[in-house]
Ligand binder design. Structure first.
Ligand code: ZN
Ligand code: ZN
Ligand code: ZN
Ligand code: ZN
Length: 344
């Protein structure tokens, strides 16, 4: 094509021209007539197929070389392969171990979210979860011992030692102690000002006389069977002790005793009346007293019996009967007992 014919409009035609030139260049340089699109694709795939064949051939030849090399090396080659595989496994193991160590370190480095239990008298502030402590125990906050309480911790209530006890200067007796009941006394504590009541120990019993509860019995031949006697408290009447007893008798005592028993079989006597009767019979005062002391008579009952005897004989006023009984040697109390017993 002629450039001069087209050169009139350079703006538009320049582009067109260059396009034409390219097309022209292709056509001109190789004198190549472009095949239709279908044919081009076939050619292209043919070329690609060739290239693939070449690549396969090249790689297979390399494989053949390697396999032939390893076969030719025999045992040595296998060892070589084994040796090569070891460092790979070791690296994996080291990696796993490293990861574990790393995890442990990380876990340990995570700080405990402490849950504090407040400090007490004897233990410091302590974490419920990890048992970490902080600070010191508080120590007991002691309150001094009082009259009634020992030293006591204000915080936890622990107690140590003993209470002091009240201190009373003067005691006022509220109730006297006797041998049967404890007494009561009151005072005011000098330390705390409280009114304090305490008991007074019972008094000891007062020993009374022995009372024969079962007399020594004397047979008509003078043989003795021991009796029993009790001691009563002279104040409250409680039995203090009891025992069996017997007596040693001289011949004259034995005879005075037998005479006393036979008189008591006949009639009632007072204590002094029976002694007088035995003296009248010729016994000494000592033998007569011994015999009467051991005859076992109940002098109240003797008074009652005597009162009944008198009333059988004649009439008596109460006063007259008591007077008569006292004349017979009975005590006033025994005489009154006798008068009461016959209903006067
Ligand atoms: Zn903790
Ligand atoms: Zn405490
Ligand atoms: Zn006190
Ligand atoms: Zn008593």
């Amino acid at each position: 094509m002629d450039e001069d014919e087209r050169g009139l409009e350079p703006g538009e035609t320049g582009q067109v021209q260059s396009e034409n030139n390219e097309a022209a260049g292709l056509e001109n340089s190789d004198n190549f007539e472009a095949p239709p699109a279908k044919e081009r694709d076939e050619i292209k795939s043919e070329i690609e197929g060739l290239q693939d064949e070449q690549e396969d051939a090249a790689s297979s030849s390399v494989d053949e070389e390697v396999s032939s090399a390893s076969i030719s090396e025999g045992k040595g080659g296998k060892e070589y392969i084994k040796k090569q595989s070891k460092p790979v496994d070791l690296r994996k193991i080291m990696g796993v171990i490293g990861a574990i160590v790393f995890l442990i370190v990380v876990v340990q480095l995570i700080p405990c979210q402490h849950e504090w239990v407040p400090a007490t008298c004897e233990s410091p502030k302590t974490c419920k979860k990890c048992e970490a402590t902080e600070g010191e125990p508080l120590g007991h906050d002691w309150q001094k011992a009082t009259c009634e309480e020992p030293r006591t911790c204000k915080r936890c209530g622990e107690q140590k030692g003993k209470s002091l006890g009240h201190v009373c200067g003067d005691w006022a007796v509220e109730k006297e102690a006797s041998c049967s009941e404890m007494g009561i006394e009151k005072g005011t504590c000098l330390r705390c000002g409280k009114e304090v009541t305490q008991t007074i120990e019972k008094l000891p019993h007062t020993e009374g006389e022995w009372v024969i509860t079962r007399p020594v019995s004397v047979a008509s031949d003078g043989a003795l069977t021991p009796g029993t006697r009790e001691m009563f408290c002279a104040v409250c009447g409680e039995t203090i002790s009891s025992e069996t007893y017997t007596i040693e008798m001289t011949t004259s005592q034995k005879n005075a005793f037998r005479t006393a028993l036979s008189y008591l079989d006949l009639m009632a006597f007072s204590y002094s009346g029976l002694i007088e009767q035995l003296e009248f019979e010729g016994y000494t005062t000592e033998d007569a007293t011994f015999a009467v002391d051991n005859c076992g008579a109940d002098w109240n009952e003797q008074a009652a019996e005597k009162a009944a005897d008198y009333l059988d004989l004649m009439g008596f006023s109460r006063y007259g009967l008591i007077d008569q009984l006292m004349f017979e040697g009975f005590t006033y109390e025994q005489a009154v007992y006798g008068a009461d017993a016959v209903g006067l």
